[in-house]
Write a protein that binds this ligand. Structure first.
Ligand code: BES
Ligand code: MN
Ligand code: ZN
Length: 499
């Protein structure tokens, strides 16, 4: 949580000092503005020495050219000019931040020979810079060789030079609001569970009020009165009481029904009495990534004043083994009235979400509901870290989500629902059980469980267990948490549900 870097835009003109980053397309040709930063012509030699060919996201660093007062100059590959899409510009921005290293005064010359960089392209570079610069180092008290920050916290100042800085600035206002939302989600997911319990998380949601979001926090007593028996059953093993946060952004027409986003916020998932093995259990501090994405999204929508009505609902609980914890075999009554036999207390996320989905549908009558949850290990088996699993009862919504995923690079893959899978969660003892029996189709049976709480509302469930955390480092993210879902859902809203 170092301070964010600042990003400003300016006209193309050779910078006087600081670190300079220029771009080169595949083939390595330098544009006019880049050549003006290299009066002695050292870059072509540096390309040859480093075997740099301008491939997208490749970088090469050279000493400061003769005849300049630069600290250093670096080049970022822009790839094939015909393939310069949104993802490419983001990656270029990410790699520009990476090659800036610890420099504090950095100029990025957003010019690619043979391709016009629009204002929006330059703004996307800015978003890439912002996402890549993120580190979670608030708990490092010593300076170390790994970038430990004590005494070195001054944020970098980036200036992006481009043909139309006014348009870039305008585009960046929206993009940076979304970027901030994604970084907020990363911060929440990276935060350890001893610091971020349900009460503390709810307080973070409450902070959105400063952006004009209406936030209601439901406490344990409220949840009991409402009748969220399934969510409460998960929470009862923890000494830390549960919370549900309801966040409303009213940027659309008064009568328009809202779009709704629901997040699993298990601040720590030990598995409960069906306890998890200890190896890797620390990762379960991230079992609230769905809730974090919803908070980040609401931040983004409010910060860019989206012309839409949106509601975000998150269920904040801790799943612990305890004398008061729920047991396998317990039968609980959900808010919907449907009863659930708890076969495995580690299948807790669906208990939380079932109550939230029903609550959302009844209270807010939304146009659609999208829930995000680190719900199953099975989705990791199926899709790895690269795509989220999507389950959807509405083809139009599924199409829109897929398109938003491809546009933002936060991709998802649609997986099946069906009556044969639904049957797997039937039980003799109650209306349903919370696991599908064996390990087969584990992500699907979890989705079938949720489907029993949405009735006819268009709905999508995004299983983000593989994409929200512990995903491989990328051009635009080096942190454990990715912030997955914020840019995706902001795009869904922007493309279809505004105005
Ligand atoms: N939070 C976990 C799922 C998870 C696993 C998230 C790995 C991120 C990484 C979830 O609550 C869980 O424990 N699911 C069980 C369900 C099973 C008991 C039916 C699982 O996937 O093993
Ligand atoms: Mn679990
Ligand atoms: Zn869980």
């Amino acid at each position: 949580m170092t301070e964010r870097p600042t990003v400003a835009f300016a006209k193309l003109s050779p910078p006087k000092k600081g670190s300079v980053i220029v771009l080169a397309p595949e083939g390595g040709a330098l544009g006019e503005a880049a050549r003006a930063c290299d009066p002695a012509g050292i870059l072509p030699k540096a390309f040859a020495a480093a075997d740099f060919k301008g491939k997208l996201a490749d970088t090469v660093e050279a000493l400061a050219p003769q005849g300049t007062d630069y600290d250093r100059i670096a080049v970022v590959g822009a790839g094939k000019t015909a393939e310069l899409d949104e993802q490419a510009w983001l990656k270029i921005g990410g790699m520009a931040a990476a090659s800036a290293k610890k420099a504090k005064d950095v100029t990025v010359v957003a010019e690619v020979a043979g391709a016009e960089a629009t204002g929006r392209d330059a703004a996307l570079i800015g978003l890439g810079l912002l996402l890549r610069s993120y580190t979670f180092d608030k708990y490092k008290t010593r300076k170390d060789d790994d970038g430990g920050k004590k005494g070195d916290t001054k944020p970098a100042k980036f200036t992006i030079q481009c043909a139309d800085p006014a348009a870039a600035k305008k585009a960046f206002a929206g993009l940076s609001a979304v970027g901030e939302g994604a970084l907020l989600a990363r911060d929440l997911v990276n935060e350890p569970a001893n610091v971020l319990g349900p009460v503390e998380f709810a307080a973070k949601a409450k902070e959105l009020e400063s952006l004009g979001v209406e936030v209601t926090i439901l406490k344990e007593k409220d949840l009991r009165e409402i009748g969220m028996g399934a969510l409460l059953a998960v929470a009862q093993g923890s000494v830390r009481p549960p919370r549900v946060a309801v966040m409303q952004w009213k940027g659309g027409k008064a009568k328009q029904s809202p779009v709704a986003f629901i997040g699993k916020g298990v601040v720590f998932d030990t598995g409960g009495i069906s306890i998890k093995p200890s190896g890797g259990m620390e990762d379960m501090k991230g079992d609230m990534a769905g809730a974090a994405a919803v908070v980040g999204l609401m931040h983004a929508l409010a910060a860019r004043k989206a012309k839409t009505n949106a509601v975000g609902i998150i269920g904040l609980v801790e799943n612990m083994p305890d004398g008061n914890a729920q047991r396998p075999g317990d039968i609980v009554t959900s808010l919907s009235g449907q009863t659930i036999e708890v076969i495995n207390t580690d299948a807790e996320g669906r208990l939380v979400l079932g109550d939230l989905l029903w609550y959302c549908k009844e209270q807010h009558k939304p146009q659609f509901m999208v829930n995000l949850a680190t719900l199953t290990g099975a989705v990791l088996v199926a899709l790895g870290n690269f795509q989220a699993g999507m389950f959807c009862n509405d083809d139009a919504l599924a199409e829109r989500l897929s398109a938003a995923g491809n546009a933002t690079g936060e991709r998802l893959w649609r997986m099946p629902l069906g009556p044969e899978y639904d049957k797997l969660i039937d039980t003799k003892n109650a209306d349903m059980k919370n696991t599908g029996g064996g390990r087969h189709a584990g992500a699907i049976t979890a989705a079938q469980f949720l489907k029993r709480f949405v009735a006819e509302t268009p709905w999508a469930h995004l299983d983000i267990a593989g994409t929200a955390m512990a995903s491989p480092a990328s051009e635009i993210n080096q942190s454990w948490a990715s912030g997955y879902g914020v840019r995706l859902l902001d795009r869904l809203v922007a493309d279809h549900y505004e105005g």
